[in-house]
Design a protein around this ligand. Structure first.
Ligand SMILES: C=C(O[C@@H]1C=C(C(=O)O)C=C[C@H]1O)C(=O)O
Length: 362
């Protein structure tokens, strides 16, 4: 048997690509039909639980050699393109172009979206609540620095609902107009990025001022204008603003990850239905009395519901009172979860479900 030549193999790939394109167009045609039905029913287009199931199903039946971790990003793009034929999806995130929040938004919704870059996390929430955007993408937790306090605080007051989550490996790079470390007097970045890189900064730029700015992309933009300023941002931001990566991967922790919540207005978008692998986020407060924490955890144990996250924030009452942000595994339509939440609510002074959504699929 003779081994095929490079041109022969490429001809085969070209033929398969044409078949793939024809199949994708057939898929897009079906999505358009689905869109018509939704329009008639007056129901929403984006169905995170369905998209999670599509990816889960393909991954579990993937014979390879395509790697399983390649399946999710490919199909997210395909579904993004199909979804955009039904209706445009407007997504707000902390801008400007080149931020990790933008990367998270594109990773979750795919690139066929209308981008709504915002000047602050507060503005992401406001734009989503005011209907300027259909969805907002906000950072909630970082594996090195812990919770993003501002996001959690806003969750308490804004009537928004979480319908999804996504997480991103955050690799920080030192960016500058000139390709050298000498002469840097200030490092401009988001406070979270400055904190996530403090070890490298203390070692290599101990005398440079650490100047917090509204986003890492803003830091990259300032670095492009002034050679005495360095930024900390992604390689995407480096090419966006035409600056050098002077030092790559300067974050303290090589596995630095940030988790983002996808939020929407519950009056315009219903809570996702169960996908089979779901998470429910709550915020509760309890009276300052013995056993209060036990009362929160007992119903979860009793009904076999596992808790994947517990975070506390001061209630700002000056009384050493706290709000607890809790993630439990499961969907409120499962009887055990429903009963546990009901019992938990009984023992809490304050109880709010922040959202229920499919667990991030990679
Ligand atoms: C086609 C649909 O609409 C959207 C697009 C999807 C897709 O391309 O598979 C899946 C879910 C929805 O977000 C659908 O609801 O089935």
């Amino acid at each position: 048997m003779t081994t095929p030549t490079l041109p022969e193999l490429r001809d085969k790939i070209d033929a398969l690509d044409r078949e793939l394109l024809a199949l994708l167009n057939r898929r897009a045609g079906l999505a358009l039909e689905v869109g018509e039905i939704k329009k008639k029913e007056g129901s929403v287009v984006f169905r995170p639980e369905r998209e999670a199931q599509v990816i889960d199903g393909l991954k579990s039946g993937n014979p390879g050699p395509l790697k399983n971790e390649s399946v999710a990003p490919i199909w997210r793009e395909i579904m993004s393109a199909c979804r955009s034929l039904e209706t445009p999806t407007r997504v707000a995130y902390l801008g400007p172009a080149g931020t990790f929040s933008e990367e998270a938004a594109l990773g979750y919704f795919g690139s066929s979206i209308v981008r709504v870059p915002c000047a602050s996390i507060d503005e992401v929430f406001r734009s989503t609540s005011a209907g300027v955007a259909d969805f907002g993408v906000v950072p909630v937790e970082n594996s090195t620095e812990g919770m993003v306090a501002r996001s959690l605080d806003i969750f308490l007051t804004m009537p928004l609902f979480i319908i999804g989550e996504t997480s991103l490996f955050v690799r920080h790079n030192l960016l500058r107009k000139e390709n050298a470390l000498d002469g840097i007097t200030a490092v401009c970045a988001h406070p979270q990025a400055l904190a996530q890189c403090h070890e490298w900064l203390s070692l290599h730029l101990p005398h440079a001022e650490r100047r917090p700015v509204s986003s890492n992309a803003e830091g990259a933009r300032l670095a492009a204008q002034d050679p005495s300023i360095a930024g900390i941002a992604s390689t995407r931001a480096a090419s966006e603003y035409g600056v050098h990566v002077v030092a790559p991967a300067i974050q303290n922790d090589t596995h630095n990850r940030t988790r983002f919540a996808i939020v929407t207005d519950p009056l315009r978008h219903p809570a996702p239905q169960a996908s089979g692998h779901d998470c429910t986020s709550l915020v509760v407060s309890v009276e300052n009395r013995p056993g209060a924490m036990y009362d929160i955890l007992a119903p979860l144990k009793k009904h076999g519901v596992s808790m994947s996250r517990l975070e506390s924030r001061p209630a700002r009452s000056g009384q050493w009172e706290y709000y607890f942000f809790i993630d439990v595994q499961g969907h409120p339509n499962q009887p055990a979860v429903q009963t546990a939440l009901h019992e938990l609510r009984e023992s809490c002074a304050f109880f709010k479900v922040l959202g229920t959504y499919p667990i991030d699929v990679h």
